[in-house]
Design a protein around this ligand. Structure first.
Ligand code: WT7
Length: 661
């Protein structure tokens, strides 16, 4: 008993002591063997960024070499590797098989109930070819959009790679989104086919996917085919002439399918992400630049040795992290990865560490929110397993608080593993600001420096670079190969969102940041109405629009509230219709409504009933005040309010009723 009590407090003391450490140099042993351990890479890239990116592109297989590295004649519509031809699936699969590595495991897949399936490069290629033929047989050709709404199973990756093989841009919707969100994204992109599964599993239960899609998809006239993977075995009605079973189609398909040589700028995929309005943005990524960007960042930031490393990015394929660092980057580099279907706490809270031990994972890439959950569960869970295979750790998705960083460093990395805190976005496609593990001294909470070839600046409202330790707006001041090319079918919105404020050659990130006297970047968080819950990006406007579509709701304002576990959480101020009073039932109803419209992960954690919302004289909701009140802070300036009494009423309301959790 006595030792049990001493243990946690001594860990706490050790972490406390680490807080004093200002910078962590790369461990000598790591530095010595690292792929990159000479800071000269920064100088080389800076001397001639285009030559530098061209050198990175050489690592890929090109059917035809490019004529021009960058066409910047029409910013912000940059084109990379003009005249070059290649195929992403060829680079991810055929190339490795042809080099004699067909038997290498591409993914150690682990199902939620403990099932295991090792998928080799040769197997992945064979399935990809067959499925590419299935798509073709159903009339899908280069340029046609294919929706993918699937759990974390190898078939999801096969579907993506098959699309890439024939030049059909995929549009993956994260499996946690509702069918309604799928419908909307299929409609916006005019998808011609949808690949899905009968159901998804979560902690011992299963939820229908295909049947849920059936209820809403009819109005999307463009969808001609729905391919369904049998996964959970749940009830799954099929419609003649439209719906096809994956296993039947793949079995009947021709096993041979050449990879199509596509232009470097051929669209590879669309991925919808949240913006500051209710309508999601279709981020468009293309082939040559994107693949160059993700392959080289994956190789050098994770110091990847394809022959010996076992790499695990514990994100979901449905987000950009999965696209770039589960699928395209690792496969382009011939990596062996872990692909895990389930939750981090099922069947127990040590499942991740069991998998690290079982597959001898060497590189682990996850999000701060997952680390914070582990801290809460306690060090005994990782303590049950041998984690000595780990040699490098990564973080992504939100700023990592120093406490979580140090815990990751100490408890998971045993003070032996460098941590790469990688800053990037769906739009950037590739990691942009990050340490290089064999070069950069890290500071807990800082993503440190731009990747070689990348240029970033922190500027004030007028676009002037600010001095050290001053907060400003993060910008990217030079094009990079993995950058988004446009917002799908919304060119004007693309220009206005990212390239209007500071001109057409400066990309506005949407994050606040500062730099310290060592020039390190400290990313603070979003400055727009986008919030980040557990590394999931959400638009307050999108959630508001879902809440307002509830029959009893008159008006709503959503803010991101600081949350110890999830970074931010959704807090909704709601005004009800007529003289309705808030109730537990209404709370449940509104949360359910948001789950149906967007997905469970977007449900407000807290709902505050408001008689009225604080608005300016021109009718704009003052979210700043709502954030202050939700977090119990002193209210800022209220003089610009149309009706200053509103805030008093709200404060009284919060005091008298508490709030709904
Ligand atoms: C936003 C992008 C990048 C893939 C996952 C999220 C925040 C991301 C970090 C980091 C501080 C970070 C930013 C960014 N963010 N990584 N290492 N440190 N903030 O992609 O959904 O497009 O979200 O996530 O606010 O703008 P996303």
């Amino acid at each position: 008993m006595a030792t049990e009590q001493k243990q946690p407090s001594s860990l706490e003391e050790e972490l406390e002591a680490l807080l004093e450490v200002e910078r962590f140099e790369p461990p000598e042993e790591f530095r010595r063997q690292a792929l990159w351990n000479d800071p000269a890479v920064y100088e080389e890239a800076e001397r001639d960024p285009l030559a530098w990116w061209a050198k990175q592109a050489e690592a890929l297989h090109w059917g035809r070499r490019w004529e021009k590295v960058l066409d910047d004649s029409e910013p912000p519509f940059y084109k990379w590797f003009l005249g070059g031809k290649l195929n992403a699936s060829y680079n991810c699969l055929d190339r490795h098989v042809e080099a004699g590595n067909g038997d290498r495991v591409a993914y150690h897949w682990r199902g939620e109930e403990g099932e295991e399936r090792d998928v080799t490069y040769a197997e992945l290629l064979a399935d990809t070819k067959r499925f590419a033929n299935v798509l073709k047989e159903h009339g899908i050709a280069a340029g046609d959009v294919v929706g993918i709404y699937m759990p974390m199973i190898p078939e999801c990756l096969v579907a993506m790679l098959a699309c890439a093989r024939i030049g059909a841009p995929h549009n993956v919707v994260f499996g946690g989104f509702s069918a309604e969100a799928v419908r909307e994204r299929m409609e916006f992109s005019e998808a011609k086919a949808l690949v899905t599964a009968d159901g998804a599993r979560r902690k011992g239960r299963s939820a229908p996917m295909k049947a849920a899609v059936d209820e809403v998809i009819d109005p999307v006239a463009s969808i001609e085919t729905i391919v369904v993977v049998r996964h959970t075995g749940s009830e799954c009605p099929m419609r003649d002439g439209r719906d096809v079973w994956w296993h039947e189609a793949i079995e009947a398909a021709d096993p041979e399918c050449e990879a199509e040589e596509l232009d470097a700028e051929h669209p590879l995929y669309i991925l919808y992400t949240s913006g500051s309005t209710a309508k999601p943005k279709g981020i468009l990524h293309t082939t040559g630049g994107y693949l160059t960007g993700v392959a080289c960042t994956h190789r050098y930031i994770f110091d990847l040795r394809p022959e010996s490393d076992v790499y695990w990015c514990a994100a979901d394929v449905g987000w950009v992290t999965g696209h770039s660092y589960i699928v395209y980057g690792p496969l382009a580099n011939g990596a062996t990865s872990v692909l895990y279907e389930g939750a981090p706490d099922y069947p127990d809270k040590d499942i991740w560490w069991e998998l690290v031990e079982r597959y001898r994972v060497t590189v682990l890439y996850t999000a701060p929110t997952a680390i914070r959950a582990c801290i809460k569960w306690g060090p005994e869970y990782p303590g049950r397993h041998d984690l000595s295979s780990l040699r490098l750790l990564g973080s992504v998705g939100e700023p990592i608080n120093p406490k979580a960083w140090l815990w990751y460093h100490k408890v998971i990395g045993a003070e032996r593993c460098p941590i790469v805190d990688t800053w990037w976005q769906t739009e950037t496609g590739q990691i942009m600001i990050t340490p290089l593990p064999g070069i950069t001294a890290t500071k807990p909470g800082s993503a440190t420096l731009p990747f070689p070839g990348v240029a970033a600046a922190v500027v004030d409202e007028d676009g002037q670079e600010v001095g050290p330790d001053t907060q400003g707006l993060l910008t990217l001041t030079r094009p990079w190969p993995g950058m988004l090319r446009t917002l799908y079918r919304e060119e004007e919105r693309f220009v206005n969102t990212y390239f209007e404020r500071f001109g057409r050659e400066t990309y506005l990130v949407g994050d606040a940041s500062r730099r310290d006297p060592d020039d390190y970047f400290w990313v603070i968080g979003r400055v727009d109405d986008v919030i980040n819950v557990s590394g999931h990006r959400m638009s307050t406007a999108e959630i508001e629009s879902a809440i307002v579509s509830h029959a009893q709701v008159a008006e709503s304002a959503v803010i991101g509230q600081t949350d110890e576990d999830t970074g931010q959480s959704v807090c909704a101020f709601v005004t009800l219709e007529g003289s309705l009073e808030g109730s537990d039932e209404l709370v449940a109803g509104i949360r359910e409504h948001v789950a149906t419209r967007i997905g469970k992960f977007a449900r407000p954690r807290r709902i505050i009933w408001a008689e009225d919302l604080p608005k300016t004289r021109s009718g704009k909701i003052m979210r700043r005040l709502l954030r202050d009140i939700a977090e119990g802070r002193e209210l800022g300036d209220v003089t610009t309010l149309r009706d200053p009494d509103v805030m008093e009423q709200l404060e009284a309301k919060i005091k008298e009723r508490g709030d709904e959790e």
